[in-house]
Design a protein around this ligand. Sequence first.
Ligand code: C2E
Ligand code: MG
Ligand code: MG
Ligand code: MG
Length: 278
Amino acid sequence: AAKGAGRNRYSHFTPTLQVAALSRMRLTNDLRGALKGRQFELYFQPIVDLASGAITKAEALIRWNHPQRGVVSPLEFIPLAEASGLILEIGDWVFHEAARWVRRWRSEHHAEFQVSINQSPLEFQREGDSYQRWLRHLESLQLPGQSLVVEITEGLLLDANSTVSDKLLQLRDAGIQVALDDFGTGYSSLSYLKKFDIDYLKIDRSFTRNLAPDSSDMALSEAIIVMAHKLGLKVIAEGVETPEQRDLLAAAGCDYGQGYLFARPMPAEEFDLMLRSG
Ligand code: C2E
Ligand code: MG
Ligand code: MG
Ligand code: MG
């Protein structure tokens, strides 16, 4: 009877859910050793100036080379890293790697090269003076804050508490720029854009995907670009996959494009070779 009761207590879990929960636990456990085991790798994807075709920026995107499972997507492990608190250490690692590479690309490719890094909401709202420490590290590399852009999502600004405003001010003081990632997927209210000091707006790739002359996504993208420019922001379109999308965006005045048309995210060494070769 005791056995039966024990089983019953969990009877609302379907086997699939149990398997999923177990797999998440295992993965979280593996995540704890991933930094020490040097299993993370920072990939870079070019951000292209649509008017000139020049590559003056890149987005840093983390990859986890799991010893058994192969490459695990950040979409899968970042939530686990957030839930376990490991995201803070991972975020520091991303920053240090990004700083190392942007230093090289500023000295060897383009003096104003910028690398953007992503910060999850929890990471962005971490307590303390992390940006002061980051700034000191940048100074030790003789890099200005403008070498870096931090990408955050609009949800953070919507229910912006004092921590969020404080962090944005810290970034501003450090000269680090801010991009609003995945714009258009959330609440798409432009009203907070005048309240906070944001430098770039990244139009989500769900808009780019359906771009066609006279389409509603074209009208929305054009409106977003005009408003962003009036508020002093530069616009980056995500998910540019075809020459048609690139041309429509350029004609609409979009400043930068990012997507498979230009290049997929790639290891830093490969990105470095690409910059050297042209
Ligand atoms: P995101 O910041 O919106 O990054 C853009 C995602 O779109 C990347 O996925 C990129 O590989 C993908 N992408 C780029 N161009 C195209 C395209 O033309 N077509 C399509 N279909 N996709 C394209 P990825 O690398 O898998 O990253 C997924 C998300 O994981 C990122 O979305 C970001 O939110 C998060 N992430 C990545 N690296 C980090 C990190 O270091 N820290 C944190 N906190 N989050 C990260
Ligand atoms: Mg991003
Ligand atoms: Mg994005
Ligand atoms: Mg996205």
